[in-house]
Ligand binder design. Structure first.
Ligand code: ATP
Ligand code: MG
Length: 418
C-alpha cells in the first residue's frame, strides 16, 4: 500500500471537530475585528518568497518546496501567506479600496523541516494582514485579535512576548555592535550561526541550539539601539496593550525567522506544548509592499499555527455532538416511506442518517446507537400502512406515535426547543 508523506498528516473525522471549532472562532473574530477573507494560491513564483522572506533565512535557504514548471519557471509551494497576500494586494490595487485593507486567510503552508510534534511539512495557518496604517494602534489591534482568539478558545498558560526590531535604518549600527559581541563568542556557536554571522547576524539570536542561546545570553539588545521614532512607536504599542490589559513579556531576542519585519515583532507561546511552543507570531513589515513593487505601504499581521492550536486546545472546548436523527425503515412499504422522511428531515436542515444495508429493526437500532442518535424514527410496513411513524427518544427510551406527514416539522420544533 502507498502511505502518506512524512510530516504531511491526514486530519481524520474524529479530530476535525477541533479544527472546525478553531476555524469558526478565527473566522468569527476576524470578521468582528473588521477583517475580510482573501484566498491566495498555494504556489507562486519562487522569487516572490526569496525577495520577501529573505535569501539568508532558514525558510528560503533550506525549507522551501521548489520545483520547475514545464516551461522552466521556478515555482514554490508557499511556506507562508504574507508574501502572496502582499502580491495580491499590489496586483489588484487593493490599496484603492477602503474595505480591502484588513485581510485574513486560512490554508496549508509547506516547509521542508524535520518532522516532530508540532512541526510538520504541510501545516496550516490562520493569519491576518492589516495594510496602510503606520499607527501603533494598528499593531495593538492585531495583537489584541491574536490574544482574544487564543483566550476565546481557552488555551492555557499563554505568554505574549514582544520586541522591536527598529526601522531599517537602525539595523546597520546594531548589526555592527552585535557582530563585535558575536566574535567574542564565536567558538561557542554552532556551524550554522558562524555562517550566519557573515550573512545575517541577527539570525543568530533566533537560533534554537541551546549552546548558542547560552553563548548569546548577554548579547547587546536591539531595543537599546532604536531611533527616537522606533522607540516612541514601541512605547506606544506597549501602552496600548496595557490599556487593554493584555499582559506581555519583553523579549529582546525575538527577531523572528523572516527578514521582512520592522519595528514590532511578537510571538505567543503556550507552555503546554514542549519544544515547539509558539502558537502564533507576527509583526510589522512596513517595507514589504515596496520591496515587492508596490507603493510604500505600512502593514502589520500575524500567523497562527493551527496544528499547535489543536494540540493546546483544552478538551472542554470541544463542541457538543450534534442532534442526529436516525431513520430506521424496512419492508417494501416502510423502506420508501423512510427514505422520503430522511429527505424531508434533511431539507429542513436537520442532521439525519440511516444505514442502507440494514433490513431489520434490530440492525437499525444497533447502528442508531453507534452513531449516537438522539432520536430514531421507525417506519415499518405497518406504520407506513397507517400513515404514521414511531419516534423513539434514544436517551429516555420513550416512544410516541406521530402522523407521517407532520413528523419532520414536529421533530424540527422539538430539536429547536431541546
Ligand atoms: P518556529 O520558531 O516554531 O519555527 P516560525 O518562526 O518558523 O516558528 P512563523 O513562520 O512565524 O513560525 O509561523 C507562525 C506560526 O506557524 C508558528 O508560530 C507556528 O505555530 C506555526 N508553524 C511554523 N512552522 C510550522 C511547522 N513546520 N509545522 C507546524 N506549525 C508551524
Ligand atoms: Mg520555523
Amino acid at each position: 500500500m502507498i502511505r502518506g508523506i512524512k510530516g504531511v498528516k491526514d486530519i481524520l473525522p474524529d479530530e476535525v471537530g477541533r479544527w472546525q471549532l478553531i476555524e469558526a472562532t478565527a473566522r468569527r473574530l476576524a470578521e468582528v475585528y473588521g477583517f475580510r477573507e482573501i484566498r491566495v494560491p498555494v504556489f507562486e513564483v519562487t522569487d516572490l518568497f526569496a525577495r520577501s522572506i529573505g535569501a539568508s533565512t532558514d525558510i528560503v535557504e533550506k525549507e522551501m518546496y521548489t520545483f520547475q514548471d514545464r516551461d522552466g519557471t521556478s515555482l514554490t509551494l508557499r511556506p507562508e501567506a504574507t508574501a502572496g497576500s502582499v502580491r495580491a494586494y499590489i496586483e489588484h490595487n487593493l490599496s484603492a479600496s477602503p474595505t480591502a485593507q484588513k485581510l485574513y486567510y486560512f490554508g496549508p503552508m509547506f516547509r521542508h523541516e524535520r518532522p516532530q510534534a508540532g512541526r510538520l511539512r504541510q501545516f496550516h495557518q490562520f493569519g491576518v494582514e492589516a495594510f496602510g496604517c503606520a499607527e501603533p494602534a494598528a499593531d495593538v489591534e492585531v495583537i489584541s485579535l491574536l490574544w482574544r482568539f487564543f483566550s476565546t478558545l481557552g488555551l492555557p498558560d499563554l505568554t505574549l512576548e514582544i520586541n522591536s526590531l527598529g526601522e531599517a535604518g537602525d539595523r546597520p549600527a546594531y548589526k555592527a555592535v552585535l557582530l563585535e559581541f558575536l566574535k567574542t563568542r564565536e567558538a561557542q556557536l554552532c556551524q550554522n550561526c558562524r555562517r550566519r554571522m557573515a550573512t545575517n547576524p541577527l539570525r543568530v539570536l533566533d537560533c534554537k541550539v541551546p549552546e548558542c542561546r547560552a553563548a548569546t545570553e548577554g548579547a547587546p539588545k536591539l531595543t537599546d539601539h532604536l531611533s527616537p521614532h522606533a522607540r516612541a512607536h514601541f512605547d506606544a504599542v506597549l501602552v496600548g496593550l496595557q490599556t487593554l490589559e493584555i499582559p506581555f513579556l519583553l523579549n529582546p531576542r525575538l527577531v523572528r525567522g523572516l527578514d521582512y519585519y520592522t519595528l514590532t515583532t511578537f510571538e505567543v507561546t503556550c507552555s503546554h506544548l514542549g519544544a515547539q511552543n509558539a502558537v502564533g507570531a507576527g509583526g510589522r513589515y512596513d517595507g514589504l509592499v515596496e520591496t515587492l513593487g508596490g507603493s510604500k505601504t505600512p502593514a502589520v499581521g500575524f500567523a497562527v499555527g493551527l496544528e499547535r492550536t489543536v494540540l493546546a486546545l483544552p478538551g472542554a472546548a470541544l463542541p457538543t455532538p450534534s442532534k442526529l436523527i436516525y431513520v430506521a425503515s424496512f419492508g417494501p412499504q416502510g423502506a420508501p416511506a423512510g427514505r422520503r422522511m430522511l429527505y424531508e428531515l434533511r431539507a429542513l436542515g436537520i442532521q439525519a442518517d440511516t444505514d442502507h444495508r440494514a433490513s431489520t429493526l434490530k440492525a437499525h437500532m444497533k447502528q442508531a446507537d453507534r452513531l449516537g442518535a438522539s432520536l430514531t424514527v421507525i417506519v415499518g410496513d405497518d406504520e407506513a400502512a397507517k400513515n404514521c411513524v414511531i419516534v423513539r427518544d434514544m436517551t429516555s427510551k420513550e416512544q410516541v406515535e406521530l402522523p407521517l406527514s407532520t413528523t419532520a416539522i414536529n421533530l424540527q420544533k422539538r430539536l429547536n426547543t431541546a
